[in-house]
Structures are given as C-alpha cells and as structure tokens.
Design a protein around this ligand. Sequence first.
Ligand SMILES: *[C@@H]1O[C@H](CO)[C@@H](O)[C@H](O)[C@H]1NC(C)=O
Length: 213
Amino acid sequence: MAINHFILVLISLSCLFSFSASSPAPSPASAPFPSEIQSFNFPEPEGQKHEQELTILPVSADPSLQRICGDTDHPIECLTTTVPFLGDDVKIEPVSILKVGLEAMGNKTREALAEASLLLLDPSTQEAVASCLETCIDSYNAILDTNQKALEAIAIRDLYQLSMELSSNVENVHACSDAFEEAELESPIKEIDALLEKMISNSLAIGIDMVHF
Ligand SMILES: *[C@@H]1O[C@H](CO)[C@@H](O)[C@H](O)[C@H]1NC(C)=O
C-alpha cells in the first residue's frame, strides 16, 4: 500500500515536471520505478529567476525510508532533509526519521529566525514588513520551544504529548505567512517559511500516523 502510494507520487511528480525537463521524460507507463527518476527541475515560482534543481536519490534511498516519506504530503522534502543526516547506525523506522526530521526542522527554523532578524535590523525594511517579521520571529521561537518539547515527549514515549506538540507547531508555523497575507504584503522570507510548513506537515504525518511506542 505504502509503496503504491509512493509510486503514484513519483509518477505524478514526473508528469508534473516533465515539461521542464531538458530531455523527454519517459511516459509513466514505461517508466521503471524508480531508478530513472534521478533529478528534475522544479517549475520556477514566479519572481524566482534562478533555476533550482533538486536531486533525490531514489536508487540509494532505503526502501523503508521511501515508504515512510511516501506516506507524507511532501515526500521529496522528507527525503532531502533526512537522507544526508542518516548515519549507518540509524535504524530506519518512523520514530528515528521523526527525530532527524525534528532536528532538521529546528535547524531550518534557526536559519529562518536569522534571516528574519537580519531583515528586521535592516533600515531599508518597511515598517509594515518589519511588524510582520516580528510575528514571524515570535512564531519561530515558539516552534523551537515546541520542537524541544516534542523531542522530550519522544524520549519518554508519550504519544499523546507528542501529537499535541506536533499539532501546535502546525499552528505556530502559519502565523508568519498569515501575518503577511493579512497585511497584503509579499513576504521576503516566503521560501524558507514554505519549506518549514512542509517539514512540519511531514513531522505531523509521521508522528501521528506512523509512530507507535
Ligand atoms: C543541525 O545542525 C547541526 C549544527 O549545525 C548539525 O551538526 C546537524 O547535522 C544538523 N542536523 C540536521 C538534521 O539538519
């Protein structure tokens, strides 16, 4: 079931991205899963000039990891943010992937916090934007706090507390983009913020649906 789901995700991704690939993409029906899908170019979000190429490693990624990530809403982000941090000694199971994911999310949140703080200090930042950035900074601090509590819940195998913390981070992470949306302003940190939203959504999917103690 999980494998089928992942194949579907990969097939739909390959359809989605095939128009931007330089060589003709194999038709989904003939594509051997998943070794041919080595890399693809993301369609560029508006306003983003440079070409962003993202490579995933379905060939070497552990099948159990592919299954776990395949059951999240953002399997590519799940793989790319965890694969580089899985040492040989890490057992591939939902709880270990969740822990690495939370650590990666904490790192990304600290990056976002640094970006937002720099912009806030920049005198050329509009006052209305600065006020939204303050909301983002508060929400990122809350995420770090909650992240820590989620890790503590894992340590004491408290599934209920874990799900509470993971859910509350979904709320925390939307505060930043909501602030910009309400002010009808373009967020200068929308990319890192969007990645954080995906990482948090994935941690919720893994923590709630797959982790059992
Ligand atoms: C998080 O950041 C620390 C310090 O930079 C690094 O050692 C660690 O590998 C990172 N972990 C993840 C999962 O990103």
